[in-house]
Design a protein around this ligand. Structure first.
Ligand code: CTP
Ligand code: CA
Length: 217
């Protein structure tokens, strides 16, 4: 129970960006990593708040869960849940959303064999938390990188003003979106540590060890 008295805010899962009443743009995040992190925080006695995109997962014991759908909703809900001691941005937030949501189902137009969607940038939740007036003491982001992992992850440390970035080592057997296993490297200004490959619950516990150490230092 070494996180007793600490509020840990976690985002998890994908976001869905609606195009019309029946269609959306989404991604393949299962939410398992973020849910495992919230569960690990709760097991250690934290007040764990989980802002979840659309996923089919059971709420972990002792976790307060708030469901959202879009990046805009996740942004408002996460910022509204501050203050917190720790923010962990494990969600796979859509970077772009349709400029307009059609009020009725988009129909094929006779004679048109292409459709162009105009997408606009979503707010960067992680960067906004990290520069917030009520900034948590520790802000941890995730990064899904396919190449140049260390360089890109360290770049995000600075560009988003966060304390640590957990980069998925994609390509490692068994790691990734829908898997129960994962392999991460945590980068912070003072070093780096490789976790896994291991079950996401084990990775989540190792991440909590890291967080407890950082909070204590
Ligand atoms: N993130 C966020 N809000 C967004 C986009 C990303 O909070 N609109 C967060 C994610 O939750 C993650 C971190 O930013 O913790 C990094 O996400 P990633 O997709 O790797 O980086 P981006 O900054 O979106 O850059 P890019 O996708 O272009 O590499
Ligand atoms: Ca992105």
């Amino acid at each position: 129970m070494s996180l007793a008295g600490t509020r840990v805010l976690v985002s998890a899962g994908p976001t869905y960006e609606d195009l019309d009443p029946v269609r959306f743009i989404g991604n393949r995040s299962s939410g398992k990593m973020g849910f495992a992190i919230a569960a690990a925080a709760a097991r250690r006695g934290a007040d764990a708040v989980l802002v979840a995109g659309p996923v089919h997962l059971k709420t972990p014991d002792g976790v307060r869960r708030i469901d959202v759908r879009s990046a805009a909703q996740m942004h408002a809900t996460v910022l509204g849940a501050l203050p917190a001691d720790v923010y962990i941005g494990a969600a796979a937030v859509a970077d772009f959303t349709p400029r307009n949501v059609a009020p009725a189902k988009i129909k094929k137009q006779p004679g048109h064999d292409t459709l162009t969607l105009e997408l606009v940038r979503t707010p960067d939740i992680l960067a906004d938390v990290a520069t917030h007036l009520r900034r948590p003491r520790l802000v941890v982001g995730f990064a899904a990188e396919t190449d140049d992992v260390a360089h890109n992850a360290r770049g995000k440390l600075d560009s988003k003003r966060v304390d640590a970035i957990a980069a998925n080592r994609v390509g490692v057997a068994g790691s990734g979106f829908e898997s129960d296993d994962n392999a991460l490297t945590i980068y912070w200004r003072g070093g780096e540590i490789a976790l896994g490959p291991a079950p996401k619950t084990t990775i989540a516990d190792a991440l909590m060890d890291f967080i407890e150490e950082r909070l204590a230092s």
